[in-house]
Design a protein. Structure first.
Length: 127
């Protein structure tokens, strides 16, 4: 808000201040919305990932950092009950995670996908 006022005063043009405000608000929203938290529960035969936060293009780098693909012969559960898969790039990353775990002889299940996330995953033939 302060930057918007400074731009309006410096330029004498309200439209430039409004444009700057919209751009700043958009960047702050993306930064806040891209926060994904993952709680991991490990037992002898199972690893459960509880995913919290929206999954879309801006959150994918931090999302991938939470997974260790070196484990083998485990049951991997990805719990999506606290998230939404917003776009195809997020669905593609989920597919990549599923394939990497399955390559090491793990069984992988996705639980708790909401209706829109299920539709997107089905559209892209991801299971």
């Amino acid at each position: 808000m302060l930057l918007t006022v400074i731009i309006v005063v410096a330029t004498g043009d309200l439209s430039k201040g409004v444009i700057a405000g919209v751009i700043i608000s958009s960047l702050l929203f993306v930064a806040k919305a891209s926060s994904v938290k993952i709680n991991k529960e490990i037992t002898d035969s199972k690893i459960i990932f509880q995913i919290n936060g929206p999954l879309f293009f801006a959150s994918l780098d931090t999302f991938m950092d939470h997974f260790d693909f070196s484990v083998a012969n485990k049951e991997i559960i990805l719990d999506f009950s606290q998230t939404t898969v917003w776009d195809e790039s997020a669905a593609a990353v989920i597919d990549k995670i599923l394939l990497k775990y399955r390559d090491n002889d793990n069984t992988v299940d996705c639980h708790g996908l909401n209706t829109s996330s299920k539709k997107l995953m089905k559209k892209l033939s991801i299971s």
